[in-house]
Write a protein that binds this ligand. Structure first.
Ligand code: 5GP
Ligand code: ZN
Length: 118
């Protein structure tokens, strides 16, 4: 396939070729701990399907993208941060600081988070 998934770090984590601390798995999504956490709880939630950026999300991806958010609420309860609160962020392309081109939600919690972000 020429969809970029061959060289994709997160596709390699999905394939088990790169180890990760996986905390959640469903038919459509997985979540693992960020290797460089920016908060006491910092998880990365990704679809199993390789989609490079938010700009590449199509109409047929709605269920997959929705499943990232249902994963988020399940994980927040499991991690014990649901009531205190947390932030979910998805960076798109260079100006937002996207470095891995397989869409992912960052889930940040366990401390007070400033607003606006940098
Ligand atoms: P982005 O900058 O694209 O929004 O987020 C990519 C995230 O992936 C970063 O927070 C970065 O720390 C994380 N990351 C990069 N490489 C690895 C890795 O090999 N394993 C894990 N668990 N996280 C990674
Ligand atoms: Zn990928």
């Amino acid at each position: 396939m020429a969809d970029g998934s061959q060289d994709c770090l997160f596709c390699k984590i999905l394939a088990g070729e790169i180890p990760a601390d996986i905390v959640y798995e469903s038919d459509t999504a997985i979540a693992f701990r960020d290797i460089k956490p920016q908060a006491p709880t910092h998880l990365v939630i990704i679809p199993r399907r390789h989609i490079a950026t938010i700009n590449d999300i199509g109409d047929t991806d709605q269920a997959i993208v929705g499943s990232l958010f249902s994963a988020t609420s399940a994980i927040a309860r499991k991690e014990g941060i649901a009531d205190d609160g947390y932030r979910v962020v998805m960076n798109c392309n260079a100006a937002a600081g996207q470095t891995v081109f397989h869409i992912h939600l960052h889930m940040l919690g366990g401390r007070a988070l400033g607003w606006p972000p940098g």
